[in-house]
Design a binder for this molecule. Structure first.
Ligand code: ADP
Length: 258
C-alpha cells in the first residue's frame, strides 16, 4: 500500500486537518515484477544463441575451418542459431507491440477456413517434409467477428507447435464449430504430448518442456504466451487436453458475436 498525506491549511498556514490517501498498488507491483522478470528472461534467452554463434565462429577462425566437414557442421549451427535469434527478436517485438495499450483492433468478418488455408500454405514445406497429414473440418461455415491478424496468429502458433511436436507421419487437424454462444477452434495432434504437471506452465513466457527440443525446432518459448494474450484480449479462453506420447488438443473458445 502507498500512503500519501495531504494537509488542509487554514488562512494562517496552520494545518487544520489531513487527508490520508491509501493506494492499493498490488497490481502495479505485480506488473512491475512481470516486466523485470521478462527483461531478465529476454537477456538470458538472447545470450544463449549469441554465445553459440561467438563460440563456433571463434573456433573456426582459430583454425578449425581448415577441416571442411567441421566447417560445414559449425556453419550449419551458426545459421540455425541466427535464425532462432531473429525469430526471438520478432516474437519479442510482436509481444511488446501487442501489450501497448490501445492496440488497434479491427473487426473483420473472418472465416476460420480461409485463415487456416493461409496457414497451411505458410507451413506447407514443413508439413510435407515431415509427411504430416493435415486436415480442416467444419460442419457449416464458421465465421468470427474479430481482428483477422489476431485470429491468424492464434491458429498459426498452435498449428506450428502441433507440427513441431509431432513426429514424422503424424496427423494434425483443425476443427471449427459453433457451441451456443461460443465458437470453438480445436487444434489437435498425435504427437509427443505434454506431461500433466507442465500443462499450466507452457503458457508462461519462455517456458519449454524440453529446451533442447524446442531449440532444435527453432522455438522461442513465446508462441503460447502470445496465443494466450491474443485469446484473452478477444474475450476468449484457451483449454488444453494432452497425454504424453498420445498427443495434444488445444481449444480456443471465442464469443460468437463480439
Ligand atoms: P516454443 O517456441 O518452445 O514452441 P511455445 O510457447 O509455443 O514455445 O510452447 C511452449 C512449450 O510447450 C514448447 O516448448 C513445448 O514444450 C510445449 N508444447 C507446445 N505445443 C505443444 C504440442 N502441440 N505438443 C507438445 N508440446 C507442446
Amino acid at each position: 500500500v502507498d500512503v500519501n498525506v495531504v494537509p488542509i491549511i487554514d488562512s494562517e498556514g496552520n494545518p487544520v486537518n489531513y487527508i490520508v490517501l491509501l493506494y492499493d498498488i498490488t497490481e502495479i507491483r505485480r506488473l512491475e515484477k512481470i516486466r523485470t522478470d521478462f527483461v531478465a528472461n529476454v537477456s538470458h534467452e538472447l545470450r544463449t544463441p549469441i554465445t553459440a554463434i561467438r563460440g563456433f565462429t571463434e573456433t573456426l577462425l582459430d583454425g578449425a575451418m581448415k577441416d571442411e566437414e567441421v566447417l560445414t557442421e559449425f556453419l550449419t549451427i551458426v545459421n540455425k542459431e541466427s535464425i532462432r535469434l531473429s525469430n526471438m527478436v520478432e516474437d519479442i517485438l510482436h509481444l511488446s507491440k501487442l501489450e501497448q495499450r490501445n492496440v488497434l483492433k479491427t473487426l473483420d468478418e473472418v472465416r476460420v477456413k480461409e485463415v487456416t488455408d493461409e496457414i497451411h500454405k505458410i507451413l506447407h514445406q514443413k508439413i510435407e517434409s515431415k509427411n504430416i497429414q493435415f486436415t480442416y473440418e467444419e460442419s457449416d461455415p464458421v465465421i468470427l467477428k474479430m481482428d483477422r491478424d489476431h485470429l491468424k496468429q492464434i491458429i498459426l502458433n498452435l498449428v506450428a507447435n502441433a507440427v513441431n511436436y509431432t513426429p514424422d507421419n503424424g496427423a494434425v487437424s483443425v476443427k471449427a464449430e459453433t457451441h451456443d454462444n461460443e465458437i470453438a477452434i480445436h487444434v489437435k495432434d498425435n504427437g509427443i504430448g505434454i506431461p500433466p504437471d507442465k500443462q499450466d506452465r507452457i503458457f508462461e513466457r519462455f517456458y519449454r518442456v524440453d529446451k533442447a527440443r524446442s531449440r532444435n525446432a527453432g522455438g522461442t518459448g513465446l508462441g503460447l504466451s502470445i496465443v494466450k494474450w491474443l485469446v484473452e484480449n478477444n474475450d476468449g479462453r484457451i483449454t488444453l487436453a494432452s497425454e504424453e506420447e498420445k498427443g495434444s488438443l488445444f481449444t480456443v473458445w471465442l464469443p460468437a458475436e463480439q
